[in-house]
Structure formats: C-alpha cells, structure tokens
Design a protein around this ligand. Structure first.
Ligand SMILES: Cc1cc2nc3c(=O)[nH]c(=O)nc-3n(C[C@H](O)[C@H](O)[C@H](O)COP(=O)(O)OP(=O)(O)OC[C@H]3O[C@@H](n4cnc5c(N)ncnc54)[C@H](O)[C@@H]3O)c2cc1C
Length: 501
C-alpha cells in the first residue's frame, strides 16, 4: 500500500492547517528514515528552511500566473552521491508511490521543480565531477556540475563548451539538459540538447540506463533525446557526455544601429539567407517613453522606437572570422546598418552573465525569495520562435494587442541568436491586481498566437508549471504519445507526480 494511504488510515481525523502540518511532519520523518538507509543520515535533509528553499525555483510569484506560490511542499531533500544511489532512491519511491522531484540549481524560471504533490527532492549537487577528453573533444560531466565548471574545464584544455546562458554560474548540466536551455552561442552551436552525445539516466524502477556516446547516434532511435527538455519527467539524469569544440582563435565584435526594428530584422534575415551565421547575435529596440504623443496617433508598430541596436560577433579561425566579418559588414551596411564600432558589443559580451551573478548574490546565496520578488516584479518576458516570414507580423500583432490594456505597456522587443527567436518584454504599470489579470490574459493570447502562426510558445525554457495549461495545444497529437511514454517508463507516476498526467 502506498505510504501516503497507510498514513491516512492510521491518523485520527483532523481538519485545518494544523492537521495538515502534522501529517506532513509525520510523512517527512517516515520518508527521511527510509532514505537514510540508502544514502546515510547525513545526506537526508529535513531542516524547514532547506525544505522551503527546495520547494521553489526561480519562477517569480508575479509571473506564475495565478498558480500557487508553492503548489506542494518538499518534505525531504536527499543528496545521493552516485547514479546507483539515485536509482535506489527511485526504486524505493516507486514501490511506495512517493512523489520525487529531481533538482539541479533550482534556477529554472518556469516552476518546473515546484512539486504538485508533497515530494522528496533529489538534489544532484554531489554528482559534480567533470572530465575533459581533449583528444576526442568530449566532456563527461556529472548532472550536478554547474555549467560554469564545465566551461572552465573545457577552456583549460583549449576547448569550448558551447552552451553559454545568462545563468552559466548557477545552472547545472542536468537542469540545462532537462530544460533544453538556450545560450548566447545558439546561432551556430544550437541549444544545450545539441551538445549532448549520450546520457546516463536513473529510471523510476531503479535501473540505470546508459546510451552510447557517438556523434552519429548509431543505428536506431537516439534515446538520449527522450530526456532532453523533459524536465525530469521520464528519469533522473546522472551523467552526460557533451560535445567540446575548438576554442576560437579569433573574435570580432561589432554593433550596428538601424532606423527601425523592421530594417534591422531584414538585415539579420539577409545574413542568414546568405549563409553568414554570426556566433553571437542580439538585436533590440528601445521602446518609446510613456506619454510620447506618437503613442496616441500612430499604429503601434510604427511609433518611433528610438534605437534598434544589433550586436554581432564572429568567433573561429582568424581567416574565417575576417572573411565572415567583411561580408557581414557589407551586407548590414547595404541594408541600412550604421556601424557603431566594436565597443558596445564588447561591453554586451563582458556583461552577459551579470543578471545571473546578481541573482546568485542577492537571492541564491542568502536564499532570500523576498529579494527576488522585489527585484523582478511586474513584468513578463515572452520568448517565442516563429517562421522567419512571421516575425514582423507577430511583433506588430503583439504591439497592437497590448494597446488594449491600459494596465500594460510593451517594453523592448528583440531577436536572440537567430532571426526566428523573438522576445518581448511586457510591463505592468497598474500596480494592482488588475495588471496581473491583464498580464495573464495577454501572455496567454500571445503564446497561442505564436502557435497559430506556425511557431512555438516558448523557445528558451521548458513548459514548467507556468505553460502546462497550454501543452495539449502545443503538442497536438503528440500529447497522448508523450503521456503513454510517461506511463511506460514511470508506471507508478512518481517523477513529478501529477504533471503531464
Ligand atoms: C538570472 C537567470 C538567468 C537565466 N538565463 C537563462 C538563459 O540565458 N538561458 C536559459 O536557457 N535559461 C536561463 N535561465 C533559466 C535556468 O537557468 C535554466 O532553465 C537552467 O537550465 C536550469 O538549470 P537548473 O540546474 O537550475 O535546473 P532546475 O531549475 O533545478 O530544474 C529545472 C528542471 O529540470 C529538472 N532537472 C534538474 N536536474 C535534473 C536531472 N539531473 N535529471 C532530470 N531532471 C532534472 C527539474 O526537475 C526541473 O524540471 C535563467 C535563470 C535565471 C534565474
């Protein structure tokens, strides 16, 4: 019988929060005792502050769109030290139908680590070994290693690890694979999932699966892909074999200014169509100040957005960089780009991790959620992918649609990595609940619109708790297949119990 049910049978009936707390305390003690047999007492945590921290990730309350602050608590944190220990924890949980949630750095912004049912959090931070195989241009990394450790280890061997998100220093290998994260080098190198050659994964029944680290994938399905972007729903990644690339010999940075977002977009699209792929690409406009009279008189997408600035960089062999730069400069200038020099793009590159460093300093190290709420309140950041042909129409539709809401103001719009990856910031200027309601409605509408235009509602992060209500619409006929896979690899439904179910 599942432990939860066994407990329900023996506990005297009580109502209210006190009874609930007592029930959780009881379960927490019971689960901790069971887990201590597997990993040792010192690796089982029940300290209330630690549990509260492990019950959340970096999803800001404001951007949770009405979903509960913490849907359900983590009752125990367990810290296995090997893949076999992870597997034994899963087998133990499966046989008792105890929900588990794998946890990396807890920096996900979609609420993916927040349990739906009271759960055990599997903290993978002890699996942090990193080995670089220089000759074969490969990195073997424990799931709990931070991306920064991987990048530094690669660099020390004269290689490049090509997933470089804002959150490099705080996110882990397992978390980045499970969210299929996107970083600054996405253009030529792809997402985190594209760096993965093979995985070691502990499954819910306690077996440990290892795929073969090859570039070709070998014959048959590339099984490791099942776990890429799966948010830990199908298994717990314990180790990854990752690609390493030659460290660039030369780097060339430049920034350009365009008269309008559309002009910048056409220039960027022309680069891609000509086969000129910048290693780094970031374009954004500066929205008009509130009260600008043009806001009242012109169509939303024609209001002068003061500056559209494009940062590009080319990395690689000296000769390749020189040739690409020469062609790019010519193409961008011919399409209206005014060269601003290399300084702004170099600064942009230097500062690329500063938001996450701030997050680490003010939120993660002191473990202070209030800091997060006061710092990141009142805005939403949509990152969608669209076919190139739809990007400008989507942007126009966003700007027009947002004008319906006096509570909201469209902020910066931009491209990241490729012309298809479009983002828009939306500010809540109401300061009250009406703004939050409007934001929820508008974000939902704009996510659906991206789907309807042949794109995807989220290009950078996983769905998490935040976008789960739109998953069926996003996946279409694949939804039932994905649920069937879940049932077959986790029949007791312990991994993220209650999600994708
Ligand atoms: C300031 C800031 C900047 C950010 N910038 C970026 C960015 O540029 N690009 C980007 O992609 N993201 C960014 N993020 C989001 C976040 O850093 C990424 O989603 C990251 O990949 C999450 O890694 P993590 O180790 O923190 O995972 P967690 O948040 O701990 O977990 C995320 C999901 O993965 C699952 N999971 C974790 N480890 C495992 C494992 N070993 N096996 C199976 N499942 C697992 C969890 O259960 C959860 O579902 C940013 C976040 C912050 C706070």
């Amino acid at each position: 019988m599942p432990e939860g049910n066994r407990h329900r049978d023996t506990e005297p009936s009580e109502t209210g929060e006190a009874a609930l707390d007592r029930r959780f305390e009881h379960l927490s003690r019971q689960w901790a005792a069971g887990l201590a047999h597997i990993v040792g007492e010192s690796r089982v945590i029940t300290d209330p502050d630690e549990l509260a921290w492990a019950s959340r990730d970096a999803l800001d309350d404001y951007r949770a769109f009405g979903r509960p602050r913490t849907a359900a608590p983590v009752l125990v944190v367990v810290q296995p030290g090997t893949a076999q220990e992870v597997a034994r924890v899963l087998a133990w949980a499966s046989s008792r139908r105890i929900p588990v949630v794998p946890r990396g750095g807890g920096t996900g912004v979609m609420g993916a680590t927040i349990p739906v049912k009271p759960a055990v959090a599997i903290d993978l931070s002890r699996l942090d070994e990193v080995r670089v195989d220089r000759e074969n241009m490969r990195i073997e990394a424990g799931a709990g290693a931070t991306l920064a450790r991987v990048a530094q280890a690669a660099e020390a061997e004269g290689l490049l690890f090509a997933h470089d998100p804002w959150s490099l220093s705080i996110a882990t290998v397992g978390g980045a694979i499970s969210t299929n994260g996107m970083g600054y080098l996405f253009g030529p190198y792809g997402k985190m999932g594209d760096q993965v050659l093979a995985l070691e994964v502990a499954l819910a029944d306690g077996t440990v699966l290892r795929t073969r680290p090859t570039l070709s994938g070998g014959p048959g399905p590339m099984l490791h892909k099942l776990f890429v972007g799966a948010e830990g729903i199908f298994g717990v990644i314990t180790r990854a074999w990752l690609r390493a690339w030659p460290a660039p010999e030369a780097k060339r940075f430049a920034s350009f200014r365009f008269d309008s977002f559309a002009a910048g977009f056409h220039a960027v699209a022309a680069l891609w169509r000509a086969g000129i792929v910048p290693t780094v690409l970031d374009m954004s406009d500066t929205p008009p100040e509130p009260g600008d009279p043009a806001l009242a008189t012109l169509p939303a997408d024609q209001v002068q957005r003061e500056i559209t600035e494009l940062h590009v960089a080319f990395f690689g062999l000296r000769e390749t960089v020189a040739a690409l730069w020469e062609r790019a400069e010519r193409e961008l200038a011919a399409l209206g780009g005014k060269l601003l020099g290399s300084g702004p793009a170099e600064n942009y590159w230097e500062e690329r991790h500063s938001v996450a460093e701030e997050y680490e300093r003010h939120v993660q190290r002191p473990r202070d959620w209030r800091q997060r709420s006061s710092r990141f309140r009142g805005f939403e950041y949509l990152n969608v992918e669209l076919p190139m042909s739809q990007v400008l129409s989507y942007r126009k539709a966003c700007l027009e649609y947002l004008q319906r809401y006096p509570e909201l103001r469209a902020g910066e719009t931009g491209l990241w990595g490729r012309p298809e990856i479009f983002s828009i910031v939306i500010h809540d200027v109401s300061g009250d609940e009406r703004g939050a309601v409007a934001m929820r409605e508008a974000s939902d509408y704009l996510a659906r619109l991206a789907q309807d235009l042949g794109g995807t509602m989220e290009a950078i992060h996983g769905p998490g708790a935040k976008l789960e209500p739109l998953l069926q619409r996003e996946w279409g006929s694949a939804y039932d297949v994905i649920r069937a896979i879940k049932l077959s690899v986790d029949p007791a439904g312990i991994l993220h119990a209650g999600r994708w179910a």
